[in-house]
Write a protein that binds this ligand. Structure first.
Ligand SMILES: CC(C)(COP(=O)(O)OP(=O)(O)OC[C@H]1O[C@@H](n2cnc3c(N)ncnc32)[C@H](O)[C@@H]1OP(=O)(O)O)[C@@H](O)C(=O)NCCC(=O)NCCS
Length: 223
């Protein structure tokens, strides 16, 4: 069962996947394009389930754009390699896989899905910059956790959208994120190697009790 909806960044497709490490049945693998199915057969357990779920969702999103794509393998850095003319991104958590796709109009795309359980407030100091931590000062724990997940997830989406440009590990302190109350966020990049400048557009929304974020990035046009 795949559910889809449009966002200003692209089409999102969400596929329910089994929250279990059992092998993906052959009749499901056979529906993937050849090289993608061959790769999926090399994977085991949850990794196989998540890869297949992510590719089913991504292909569904591409189809909703009125486009088609053959096998989507991964770049050496792990990103989904889409054909020319398309950009896309994948995220999966337990029983849900998300694929997001858009026509390539100069923006790269990153998507991330996060659970709110269990709360791990202690990650804040590892993933947030001092100014972000200051924004959370005084919040009760429940709100604080939501604020941490928002920033964490937006950074994961930023990481994925930046990857085609930077092709390197980007640390959490290299982005500062300030979500507003309307489903978007202000993002300031502090890239360690001074790359850019980039234009960043970011969104967040709740999806079945989880948080879905997406980010698109392009080189700044006025530079
Ligand atoms: C790569 C990373 C972002 C993946 O996030 P995750 O929460 O572990 O897993 P998700 O389910 O959300 O995403 C997994 C998908 O990410 C995609 N992905 C993996 N590496 C990627 C990369 N370098 N660039 C873009 N997308 C990538 C893949 O599509 C993968 O799914 P697939 O292998 O089935 O195709 C994360 O593990 C990571 O290494 N983060 C680095 C630190 C960071 O986020 N810094 C923030 C800087 S601002």
């Amino acid at each position: 069962m795949v559910h889809q909806f449009a966002t200003p960044h692209g089409v999102v497709a969400a596929a329910r996947i089994p929250d279990a490490p059992d092998p993906v049945p052959d009749d499901v693998l056979e529906r993937l394009p050849g090289a993608e199915a061959d790769y999926a057969r090399t994977l085991r357990g949850y990794r196989q389930v998540q890869f297949v779920g992510g590719r089913i969702a991504l292909r569904h999103a591409v189809g909703q754009l009125g486009m088609k794509c053959g096998p989507v393998l991964s770049t050496p850095r792990g990103a989904p390699r889409l054909p020319a003319g398309l950009v896309g991104s994948v995220s999966h958590k337990r029983d849900l896989a998300i694929g997001m796709a858009a026509r390539d109009n100069g923006w790269t795309l990153g998507v991330d899905l996060e659970d709110f359980e269990p709360a791990r407030l202690s990650i804040a100091s590892r993933v947030l910059r001092p100014a972000e931590l200051a924004d959370l000062d005084g919040l009760p724990d429940a709100q604080r956790w939501i604020a941490i997940v928002q920033r964490f997830s937006l950074k994961e989406s930023i990481y994925k959208a930046l990857d085609p440009y930077l092709q390197r590990y980007v640390a959490f302190e290299e982005a500062e994120v300030r979500p507003d109350l309307q489903g978007s966020a202000e993002v300031a990049l502090h890239l360690a190697k001074g790359e850019g400048p980039f234009e960043v557009s970011s969104r967040y929304e709740w999806l079945w009790g989880r948080l879905l974020t997406s980010v698109r990035i392009r080189p700044r046009q006025d530079s």
